[in-house]
Design a protein around this ligand. Structure first.
Ligand SMILES: [Zn+2]
Length: 66
């Protein structure tokens, strides 16, 4: 299981429409989809949604269709 649960340290700066500048964001799990997990990025100052992203659940695992 080594390497499976590594932490992603993303020092993300995204443009916040409210702050009108690039702000550090917090990543929040929004939805679990069949193709991956959908995350929202919230501004760390005003908590506006600055963006979202779908991350594949297991990017290195082979897909099994049956
Ligand atoms: Zn903001």
């Amino acid at each position: 299981m080594a390497g499976d649960a590594f932490e992603q340290l993303e020092a993300s700066l995204l443009f916040c429409p409210k702050c009108r500048s690039a702000m550090p964001v917090r990543k929040r799990l929004l939805l679990i989809l069949p193709q991956g997990n959908k995350f929202e990025y919230l501004c760390s100052r005003c908590a506006s949604i600055c963006g979202d992203k779908i991350e594949p659940d297991r990017p290195l695992a082979p897909r099994q269709y049956m």
